[in-house]
Design a protein around this ligand. Structure first.
Ligand code: BTN
Length: 334
């Protein structure tokens, strides 16, 4: 693929006469025509006008390395990219890379178009519709004190929520502990893994639903899951590369704060996306169900609930399936 030609065409706002391309890129006319044809075959939308010349209309919605790198404003996250059509789980592929190479770069990103065994929290399966989402894992080589490991999940949810709000203008929120939601539905899940035989190394898995329509989700998820496309009715489907690049950029910012151990700053930024205070919730803690009014949430300390007048804090690791419910009459009065 002629990436010089793509870069050149991207810089032109109008049609470019073939003669100009010949001169600037030192290519023959025939080579230009065959390169343009090859790009169109790869999914690039390119218009050719007999008098005006060539114009790049759009890039394909494909996880192409050179497109991801183009304009990628990061120094660590995504310096090395591993892109696959299909893997069992990008988290698993990331662990394989880590175990095969002691020198694997901090910030290496593994991406796949689809996963056959995408994994979620608590041994659950993660549904990864082919070509419809960003299924990715980031290798983080950083020493984090055990009581701060939950910050890795928090920093990732903060990056995703921030990117969705600032860049795609969607009302993203963080649902403690690790989900990013839009208008009450889950759009992104995060799974951070560590292995005892590999110190100071984590795999940060992010699953972001981008272009699914309702029927692309299994029936069991249709009421609770959403995608960026579903939240932008009438808008064109998003190109995943255009979502990925700012996401990597926002991840780099929060990772920088993590490496500098700016826990308070991260917690404050994170809590601005968590709108759970005062809500009455029920959650699973192991086999038990617990319910109460949310007093506060903190990335590493957990969720503090007021239950029958007393405060109880529950850690993220032990909690799942948190949902807002109607308070019993006495709880709603204090
Ligand atoms: C959850 O909400 O339960 C976490 C879901 C995490 C899914 C992502 S998709 C990319 C990465 N690879 C996996 O196997 N899982 C994570």
């Amino acid at each position: 693929m002629n990436t010089d030609l793509i870069s050149f065409l991207k810089k032109q706002s109008h049609y470019t006469p073939v003669g100009d391309i010949e001169e600037k890129l030192e290519l023959s006319r025939d080579a230009i025509f065959s390169d343009v044809e090859a790009l169109i075959e790869q999914g690039y939308s390119i218009e050719f006008h007999p008098y005006l010349g060539v114009k790049l209309i759009d890039i394909p919605d494909r996880l192409l390395k050179h497109e991801i790198r183009d304009d990628l404003n990061t120094k660590v996250i995504g310096r090395k990219l591993e892109i696959h059509d299909q893997v069992a789980s990008t988290n698993e592929t990331a662990w394989q890379l880590i175990e095969a190479d002691d020198e694997l770069k901090d910030g290496t990103v593994v991406l796949a178009d689809t996963q056959t065994q995408g994994r979620g929290r608590m041994g659950r399966e993660w549904h990864s519709a082919a070509g419809h989402g960003l299924w990715m894992s980031v290798v983080l080589k950083v020493a984090v004190p055990p009581d701060k490991v939950a910050f890795l999940t928090a920093m990732a949810s903060l990056a995703v929520a921030n990117m969705l709000q600032q860049f795609i203008h969607l009302p993203a929120e963080i649902k403690w502990p690790n989900d990013v939601i839009i208008r009450g539905r889950k759009v992104c899940g995060i799974l951070v893994e560590a292995r005892s035989n590999v110190p100071d190394t984590f795999v940060l898995g992010i699953g972001l639903n981008v272009n699914q329509s309702r029927h692309d989700f299994p029936e069991s998820l249709r009421e609770t899951a959403t995608s960026l496309r579903l939240e932008r009715p009438g808008a064109k489907p998003l190109n995943r590369v255009r979502v990925l690049r700012p996401l990597l950029f926002y991840l780099e910012r929060v990772y920088d704060l993590t490496r500098k151990k700016k826990w308070d700053k991260l917690a404050k930024a994170w809590s601005e996306f968590v709108h759970m205070g005062g809500k009455y919730v029920r959650l699973n803690q192991g086999a038990a169900e617990v319910e109460g009014t949310v007093v506060r949430v903190h990335p590493s300390e957990g969720i503090t609930l007021r239950i029958n007048g007393a405060e109880t804090t529950i850690s993220a690791e032990s909690a799942s399936n948190i949902r807002q419910i109607q308070p019993p009459a006495e709880a709603s009065h204090g």
